[in-house]
Design a protein around this ligand. Structure first.
Ligand code: PMP
Length: 327
């Protein structure tokens, strides 16, 4: 019989799919790595299981333990899946700008969820980083994976997503584009791909309101770059250890509206029912491709998660209108 012992064994080996319509006018081949095909519907399944397995190996996470993490939802889903498989409890802290669906999904997977304010600095005791850290100190036998600085995050993509993209593109990939949040996705994949082809160019997709692009260009952590924005999952007000700036050749900032509009186009024109940061990644990637790529190039752009988590926002016409994103 052909079966898996647990749904977590279905993580990875996601399809690479050509974009046909939104790429109009671009001669290069643009391929999308569709990460919502993972069982938790996002790219984060890959690093979640790796962080847990590495912690088990290191003796940091013991049977009956509690996993505590600050997560925008997708990492929580990945951790919750692995926790169900392995018998751990989960507590997640997230910021109040996240969609209600993300909160309900985590609860459905048996996790406890604590909602924290967005408009506070990371070191404020109310921030979702601080609350996760405090609970980790207070709760015995708890493990705080810390997806921002835990290098198992990057290692997961170096071990799986990078080789998959190289094999699926038969080594023809010349450009790689992906959103940057914790940085695990971009750093792990870029390191693997650049080892195979040192000439490969990696484009990091950033948001307005985030520090990455300015830091790459000037080496300055400029607090003036930090202000609230709506796109979920990419951009940061900190420099996570998983962002390896040497592996990212250039950053493109994508506005909330441009990302949102492209997300809807991906559903309607390509049949890809994806989340907001996927639209941002494609918008930024195509902007770069229009200027720099030729018909000999192949660009892979990674689409991190599924559209269900954004039904009340991107896929709701009234919400889109209220934001001024559509007429
Ligand atoms: N998009 C979404 C929807 C995400 O949840 C994340 C994770 N924060 C990312 C993009 C960015 O991935 P990474 O953290 O690996 O940089």
């Amino acid at each position: 019989m052909k079966y898996l012992n647990h749904i977590t064994e279905a993580i990875g080996n996601t399809p690479l799919v050509k974009l046909n319509k939104v790429t109009e006018g671009i001669k290069a081949t643009i391929l999308a790595k569709v990460e919502y095909m993972n069982p938790g519907n996002s790219v984060k399944d890959r690093m979640a299981i790796k962080m847990i397995e590495d912690a088990e190996k290191a003796g940091i996470l013991k049977p009956g333990g509690t996993i505590i993490e600050g997560t925008s939802g997708n990492t929580g889903m990945g951790l919750a899946l692995a926790a169900v498989a392995k018998g751990y409890k989960c507590i997640f802290t997230l910021s109040d700008k996240q969609g209600q669906e993300k909160i309900d999904i985590l609860k459905a997977m048996g996790a406890d969820v604590i909602v924290c304010p967005t408009d506070v600095t990371p070191d404020d005791p109310q921030s979702y980083y601080s609350v996760a850290k405090r609970l980790n100190k207070e709760i015995p036998n708890s493990f705080y994976p810390n997806q921002y600085d835990n290098l198992s995050n990057t290692a997961a993509h170096y071990a799986t997503t990078g080789p998959e993209i190289w094999d699926q593109s038969e080594g023809k990939i010349t450009y790689f584009a992906t959103g940057v949040g914790t940085g695990g996705t971009v750093s792990g994949i870029s390191r693997y791909l650049k080892e195979q082809n040192p000439g490969l160019v990696t484009v990091g997709i950033d948001t307005y309101g985030s520090v990455f692009k300015k830091y790459k260009e000037t080496g300055i952590f400029d607090e003036k770059e930090i202000y609230p924005y709506a796109t979920e999952g990419i951009g940061e007000d900190i420099l996570p250890k998983n962002v390896d700036f040497d592996l990212i050749d250039t950053f493109i900032k994508v506005a909330d509206k441009d990302g949102a509009v492209m997300t809807r186009r991906l559903a309607r024109e390509e049949g890809l029912f994806v989340g907001w940061s996927s639209g941002s990644a494609v918008h930024g990637a195509l902007e770069y491709a229009r200027e720099h790529l030729t018909e000999n190039d192949t660009m892979v752009v990674l689409l991190p998660d599924h559209g269900t988590r954004y039904l009340a926002k991107i896929y709701n016409d009234n919400w889109m209108r209220s934001k001024g994103y559509i007429d």
